[in-house]
Design a binder for this molecule. Structure first.
Ligand SMILES: CC(C)(COP(=O)(O)OP(=O)(O)OC[C@H]1O[C@@H](n2cnc3c(N)ncnc32)[C@H](O)[C@@H]1OP(=O)(O)O)[C@@H](O)C(=O)NCCC(=O)NCCS
Length: 182
């Protein structure tokens, strides 16, 4: 197993087909990545006290931190971290125990806290903070700290969301080739 992938209590990260994991990131424990996902340098993801799921073609960009909250009698599910398909997580974001739908862009440096739910087709502006349990409605731009609904997404932005994911699928293919030829 690559040093980037570590097991915890017998659980090791599981990768779909053609996933790119940069050797300078750390993924620990109960984490599953869908086909064509990518994880870039200096990402730290800890699926120790709960699980992390990352969907197909989603990219987790440099310096992002992913973590979860443990199960308790009061909250038997705790807070796993679920990221859908075709999601772009920008550089240095922090996603903690939240749910992110499909075709979402999480802006650089954004913070999303436990129990928050970012629905499908949302852009979260750079540097925004989503408080615990807040639901971001599908089809809107949210910005600020705390994040507020700014406006509906344009047709161009809605088309851009899967395109952004695809751009990273193409980029990670180049990195996979580089790894293979090293
Ligand atoms: C929010 C964003 C999508 C721009 O949306 P927009 O509607 O085109 O916004 P504009 O640039 O026209 O700015 C509109 C207002 O929002 C403000 N604004 C822009 N981005 C903002 C942000 N991230 N947080 C808070 N306010 C923001 C602008 O200052 C402006 O304010 P004003 O009206 O008082 O002057 C963009 O700034 C952003 O954050 N993109 C995320 C990029 C990213 O992180 N990508 C991931 C890397 S791969």
């Amino acid at each position: 197993m690559s040093k980037a992938l570590r097991s915890y209590k017998g659980m090791a990260p599981k990768l779909g087909a053609n996933v790119y994991i940069d050797e300078a990131c750390v993924l620990v424990g109960d984490i599953e990545l869908g086909d064509d996902a990518s994880v870039w340098p200096m990402v730290a993801a800890r699926g120790d006290v709960n699980h992390i799921r990352i969907g197909k073609r989603s990219s987790i960009q440099d310096g992002t931190i992913l973590h979860v909250t443990r199960k308790t009698p009061a909250k038997p599910e705790g807070h796993p971290l679920i990221i859908g398909d075709d999601v772009t997580v920008g550089h240095k974001a922090m996603l903690h125990g939240c749910t992110v739908g499909n075709r979402v862009l999480i802006g650089m440096g954004a913070i999303v806290l436990d129990g928050a739910h970012v629905c499908d087709d949302v852009i979260l502006g750079a540097g925004s903070l989503v408080p615990p349990g807040k639901v971001l409605e599908s089809g809107y731009l949210y910005v600020g700290s705390p994040a507020k609904q700014a406006r509906p997404l344009t047709e161009a932005e809605l088309k851009f969301l899967p395109q952004s994911a695809q751009n990273y699928v193409l980029l990670k293919e180049e990195y996979l080739q580089e790894q293979a030829s090293a």
